[in-house]
Design a protein around this ligand. Structure first.
Ligand code: C2E
Ligand code: CA
Ligand code: CA
Ligand code: CA
Length: 276
C-alpha cells in the first residue's frame, strides 16, 4: 500500500509538472500568437423576439493555433488574464468587433466581452473605447460591453465609475452570466448597466423544473421594474424556446438559432427574419 501510495504521488507530481510546462509553453505561444495575428472573432446572432430578426451579435474570440488547432477561449482567456496579455488581446477584440459591425445594417449592434483586468488601474478602457468609436464612426449605442460580476470584486468604486463613463459615451453595458454569482437585488438596482444576460446554466433548467419557470417570472418582472433589457443565453431546445417566448425578453441567444460563426457567414443572416 505504501509503495502504491508513493507511485501515485510520483504520477501526481509528474502530471502537475507536465501541466505547468505546458502552461509555460502556451504562455510563450500566446505572446507569439498575438504578434502573428492568430486570433479571430466569431459572432453569434442574438434574436429579438419582437422584430423576429437578429439585432445584436456577440463577438467570441478564437485562437487558430498552427499546431494545436482551435484553442478554446475557456483555456486561453484565463491564461491571458493571469499574464496580463488580456489587455492587448481585449483591445484588439474591441477594435475588430467595431470594425466588423461597420459592415452590418445600422439596426444591428455588437456585444463584446471585457475582462475584469481591462478595468485595471493602469489600463484606460474608457479612453480606448472613446478613440475606437471616434475613429470608426460607429454609433456608440451599437456597442455593448459585457462584464461579469467578477469585474466588480476588487475595486467596485473604480469599475462603477468607468462603467458610468462608458455609458456617458452612449455605450451599453450588459451583466453577463447572471444567476451564477452573488448579485442581490438591491445591488443590481445600483449598477450602471442596461442589460442582464441569464446564464446558460439557468437556461438549461427552463422547461424541466417548475422552480426555474417561476424564477423566470421573477427575473422578467425585476428586469422590467429596473428598466433593464433581458437576454437569455444558451437556449438549445425548442422546449426552452417555447417557455422563454412566453416571457417579455429582449434577446434570445443559443444553438437553437445559431452557433458562433465567422463574420462572412453572419452577414447574410442579420437583418433578416428568422423562421422559428
Ligand atoms: P460567454 O461570454 O458566456 O459566451 C457564451 C459561450 O456559450 C460561448 O462559448 C458560446 O459559444 C457558448 N454558447 C452559445 N450558445 C450556446 C448554447 O446554446 N449552448 C451552449 N452549451 N453553449 C452556447 P465560447 O465562445 O467558447 O466562449 C467561452 C467564454 O470565453 C465566454 O463565455 C467568455 O467568458 C470568454 N470569451 C470569449 N471571447 C472573449 C473575449 O473576446 N474577451 C473575453 N474577456 N472573454 C471572452
Ligand atoms: Ca458573454
Ligand atoms: Ca455568458
Ligand atoms: Ca460563461
Amino acid at each position: 500500500a505504501k509503495l502504491d501510495g508513493r507511485n501515485r504521488f510520483v504520477m501526481y507530481s509528474a502530471a502537475i509538472r507536465d501541466d505547468h510546462e505546458d502552461g509555460l509553453a502556451l504562455e510563450t505561444e500566446l505572446r507569439e500568437a498575438i504578434r502573428h495575428g492568430e486570433f479571430e472573432l466569431q459572432f453569434q446572432p442574438i434574436y429579438n423576439p419582437r422584430s423576429g430578426t437578429a439585432t445584436l451579435a456577440e463577438a467570441l474570440l478564437r485562437w487558430r493555433h498552427p499546431r494545436r488547432g482551435t484553442v478554446s477561449p475557456e483555456i486561453f482567456i484565463p491564461l491571458a488574464e493571469r499574464t496580463g496579455l488580456i489587455t492587448v488581446l481585449g483591445s484588439w477584440a474591441l477594435g475588430e468587433a467595431i470594425r466588423t459591425a461597420l459592415s452590418w445594417p445600422r439596426s444591428v449592434g455588437v456585444s463584446v466581452n471585457v475582462s475584469a483586468r481591462q478595468f485595471d488601474h493602469g489600463h484606460d478602457i474608457v479612453g480606448l473605447v472613446e478613440a475606437l468609436l471616434r475613429m470608426s464612426g460607429l454609433e456608440p449605442h451599437r456597442l455593448t460591453i459585457e462584464i461579469t460580476e467578477s469585474s466588480l470584486i476588487d475595486d467596485p468604486d473604480r469599475v462603477v465609475a468607468r462603467l458610468v463613463a462608458l455609458r456617458a459615451l452612449g455605450v451599453r453595458i450588459a451583466l453577463d452570466d447572471f444567476g451564477t454569482g452573488y448579485s442581490s437585488l438591491s445591488y443590481l438596482a445600483h449598477l450602471p448597466i442596461d442589460t442582464i444576460k441569464i446564464d446558460q446554466a439557468f437556461t438549461q433548467e427552463i422547461g424541466t423544473s417548475r422552480k426555474a419557470d417561476s424564477l423566470m417570472n421573477a427575473i422578467t418582472q425585476l428586469a422590467h421594474d429596473l428598466k433593464l433589457r433581458l437576454i437569455v443565453e444558451g437556449v438549445e431546445t425548442q422546449e426552452q424556446l417555447q417557455v422563454i417566448e412566453k416571457h417579455a425578453v429582449h434577446g434570445i441567444q443559443g444553438f437553437v438559432f445559431a452557433q458562433p460563426m465567422t463574420a462572412d457567414e453572419l452577414l447574410p443572416m442579420i437583418g433578416n427574419r428568422v423562421a422559428t
